[in-house]
Ligand binder design. Structure first.
Ligand code: NAP
Length: 258
């Protein structure tokens, strides 16, 4: 299937590692130029080099997307250098673990900034360019916790509900010019899962992956590239009649009908 991405441009936030990096690589494999960002410069440089090696143009900007000025500058620089923007992938790091009684206001506020306000900053900055594309798309990287709370991830379980509300509202408000969809990863083998494994004090990584695989119908955790293929497809004109969707990429983990 031709995804029609050759010569188009995508901005992938939080793209030095994990699913964001895999999505940036996925766009490049389809011939799209890519804007990338992350807070840490070294990992971002490595990721940008890998994406550039696929023969596309890459604009990599060190930026914290929870800070309005930095998110805006990263998107605007990408549009200025690539000359267009067709796809935005809203993504950032995940909130830390903790149950309600362990959490203080600073943690709630930081999660709101990183998980919710980052989406506002990125979309606001990207919209003027997206509106000039004949195949514009926004994809949110969210979590299975939108459908079913994950024990011990109170911050994520809570704030992602607000992001889902924003995504569903924008699918109406921005139609028909911009499609807006949300991906719900289950358990994907990334730095984020390694951090949660460390926080849980699991003895070995193998033990952690085995534990996480146990109740997944496909009997394993997912790979970032498997997630990225779905994100790139949803961002492309091949998904031209899909908007307002919440699509699980979780090996069948969540059995919810909605
Ligand atoms: N992996 C899973 O199984 C899973 C499951 C459900 C939901 N999710 C969610 O999916 C999202 C991506 O997860 P992942 O597993 O790919 O994470 P990851 O491996 O930790 O990668 C996160 C990427 O985003 C960047 N980043 C983090 N905070 C940022 C910020 N404020 N501004 C700019 N860049 C930022 C990181 O680089 P820097 O740290 O250098 O900025 C890194 O490049 C997270 O929200 C996570 O909670 C993941």
């Amino acid at each position: 299937m031709d995804l029609g991405l050759t010569g188009r441009a995508a901005f992938v936030a939080g793209s030095s590692k994990g699913m964001g990096r895999a999505i940036a690589e996925g766009f490049a494999a389809e011939g799209a130029d890519v804007g990338m960002c992350a807070r840490g410069g070294d990992a971002l440089r490595d990721a940008a080099d890998a994406v550039r090696a696929q023969g596309v143009r890459v604009v990599a900007t060190v930026a914290d997307v929870s800070v309005a000025a930095q998110a805006t500058a990263a998107v605007e620089r990408t549009v200025a250098e690539l000359g267009r923007l067709d796809a935005l992938v809203v993504n950032a790091g995940g909130p830390g673990p903790g149950q309600f009684e362990e959490l203080d206001d600073a943690q709630w506020d930081a999660t709101y900034q990183m998980t919710f306000k980052s989406a506002v900053h990125l979309i606001r900055a990207a919209l003027p360019a997206l509106r000039t594309s004949d195949a514009a798309s926004i994809v949110f990287v969210s979590s299975s916790s939108v459908r079913q709370p994950i024990p011990g991830l109170t911050l994520s379980n809570s704030v992602r509900g607000a992001v889902a509300g924003l995504a569903r509202t924008l699918a109406d408000e921005l139609a028909p010019g911009v499609r807006v969809n949300t991906l719900l990863p289950g358990r994907i083998r990334t730095e984020r899962q390694l951090e949660l494994a460390r926080a849980a004090g699991t003895a070995s990584l193998e033990e952690r992956w085995a534990m996480l695989s146990r109740d997944v119908p496909l009997a394993r955790i997912g790979e970032p590239a498997e997630f990225a293929r779905v994100a790139v497809f949803l961002s492309s004109a091949a998904a031209s009649y899909v908007t307002g969707a919440m699509l699980a990429v979780d090996g069948g983990l969540i059995r919810s009908v909605v």
